[in-house]
Design a binder for this molecule. Structure first.
Ligand SMILES: Nc1ncnc2c1ncn2[C@@H]1O[C@H](COP(=O)(O)OP(=O)(O)OP(=O)(O)O)[C@@H](O)[C@H]1O
Length: 473
């Protein structure tokens, strides 16, 4: 590499199969080494992680101290993956890293932080908790702040990181290098520019199409009640036709994820689930089993949509059409990475056609129809639907929904809210809304009655006039 990267790092990169730089690396690494802030927007699987890990390690090797760099990631699994890249590439300099993510032992983490690791890789919530509760470490001397999946960290999705980011940004020095990366930076560009304060070097891959050429993108227009039968059919077909295969299935809720996983297991498919209602240890274990091909199917919610790099994944199936094109881009980006081929199949019902159009408009490419064997799907339809229903009943008999409520309450407590008060507030709000709706309906009714009366009155008047006119004649 002619990018100013030292020999030891080049040697180390080779161990990861990194020989020639990808475009995002070619452009961003020199800028980072020059000391500039950097915003890199490049397609999924194009090597954005090494684009920041390599120059940071080089700078660290020139002046090693802790805590030198802070990396923020939206999910715990992605944080763990970034930590792995730092560990492999930073081995020759004896890199000390530390991962600070939620639902893992906080005391152990505090101890690790106090030992001044070179690099801290964290999810915002847990790091903010440590900053608020502990004085055994500080981030006042960090040289680098990295926001991986930067747009996700800034948007107000179901997990809102903005408050935690405020705490973190308040704890780090203003004089630092800020590096922001994602495959979808453009929506949040202005907010991101505020975080990268020193007129950042901005690099975006030029291609019009937002997904990679090696990805074959298909859709299947089907009725809602046939989704699972198609899913089973697609998996069976892949299993029959390929010796080496691996599929990621994305669903929209934790419950659906759990039901599909149970159902596919009943069909003896080797699959595991990954969603936010699982214990963190289970989550890491599920991912490890999928990565090592012990299980060939991962059924996941969008917690696995961004950043995860599992080279063996050949197929992504969207069990639901993503409501946001951005989510689609990240989901299908779990396959066809680093120049490999891959296929994505999105299940679209008659109610989701507008979503499909929005996706096509955003990615600047048309999805093609997938030719499925409908007869085969019809043959298994009843069996699949009965099995699915059985799994739903089975799940309902467990405390899955209850756990969800408990998790919600826990989250509220962490946010400093009183769950009971919140509950009351919600039900009162619902009551007020209901009353308002009733009031509106009553007004509507009265207006309609008035209109009707006016019409009747007009009609009578007209008839009377007509009668009088007739008499006059
Ligand atoms: N220069 C390179 N040559 C070959 N492979 C590379 C190179 N750089 C990175 N890779 C490999 O490409 C894969 C994808 O890289 P990475 O996970 O960094 O992608 P990404 O751009 O961050 O994707 P996403 O947007 O999905 O997070 C990894 O397995 C990585 O080891």
């Amino acid at each position: 590499m002619e990018l100013g990267i030292r020999d030891w790092l080049i040697q180390q990169s080779r161990q990861l199969g990194i020989k020639e730089p990808t475009p995002v690396q070619e452009h961003c690494i020199p800028a980072i080494l020059r000391g500039q802030d950097c915003m890199g927007c490049a397609k999924t699987g194009s090597g954005k992680t090494a684009a920041f890990v390599l120059p940071i390690l080089q700078k660290l090797s020139e002046d090693p101290y802790g805590i030198f760099c802070l990396v923020l990631s939206p999910t715990r699994e992605l944080a763990s993956q970034i930590a792995e890249q730092f560990q492999v590439l930073g081995k020759p300099i004896g890199l000390k890293d530390c991962m600070i993510v939620g639902r893992m032992d906080m005391v152990k983490q505090a101890l690790e932080l106090s030992r001044k690791p070179h690099v801290v890789i964290a999810t915002p919530g847990r790091l903010a908790d440590h900053l608020k509760s502990s004085n055994t470490f500080n981030l006042k001397k960090i040289k680098f702040l990295v926001l991986d999946e930067a747009d996700r960290l800034l948007e107000q999705g179901c997990t809102d990181f903005t408050k935690d980011l405020e705490v973190i940004l308040g704890a780090i020095p203003a004089k630092r290098q800020t590096l922001l990366f994602s495959a979808t930076l453009t929506d949040t560009l202005q907010e991101l520019k505020k975080i990268a304060m020193n007129r950042p070097f901005f690099w975006e891959s030029k291609s019009e199409v937002r997904t990679v050429d090696e990805l074959e993108q298909r859709y299947l227009l089907i009725p809602e009640r046939m989704k699972e039968a198609y899913l089973v059919h697609l998996i069976q077909k892949t299993q029959d036709e390929h010796e080496d295969w691996s599929i990621m299935i994305f669903t929209n809720t934790c419950k659906m994820c759990q039901v599909l996983n149970m159902m596919l297991r009943k069909f003896r498919f080797p699959c595991v689930a990954l969603h936010s209602m699982m214990q963190q240890k289970q989550r890491f274990a599920a991912l490890a089993k999928f990565k090592s091909s012990v299980f060939k199917i991962l059924v996941a919610t969008d917690v696995a949509a961004r950043g995860l790099d599992i080279p063996t994944v050949q197929m992504v199936i969207n069990h639901n059409t993503p409501g946001l094109p951005k989510i689609y881009i990240h989901r299908v980006g779990r396959t066809a990475r680093a120049g490999r081929h891959g296929i994505s199949i999105t299940l679209v019902t008659q109610y989701d056609i507008h979503l499909l159009h929005a996706i096509e408009e955003e990615i600047k490419s048309k999805l093609k129809d997938y030719p499925a064997d409908e007869k085969e799907v019809l043959r298994i339809l009843t069996h699949v639907n009965v099995t699915r229903r059985e799994c739903e009943i089975e799940l309902e008999s467990t405390d899955f929904d209850e756990k969800k409520e408990i998790n919600k309450k826990k989250q509220m407590i962490l946010e400093g809210k009183d769950p009971d008060l919140e509950e009351k507030r919600k039900s009162e709000l619902a009551k007020i809304k209901k009353e308002k709706r009733k009031f509106k309906e009553r007004i509507q009714e009265t207006l309609e009655k008035q209109k009707e009366a006016q019409l009747k009155h007009k009609l009578l008047k007209r008839r009377r006039k007509e009668k009088e006119a007739a008499k006059g004649e």
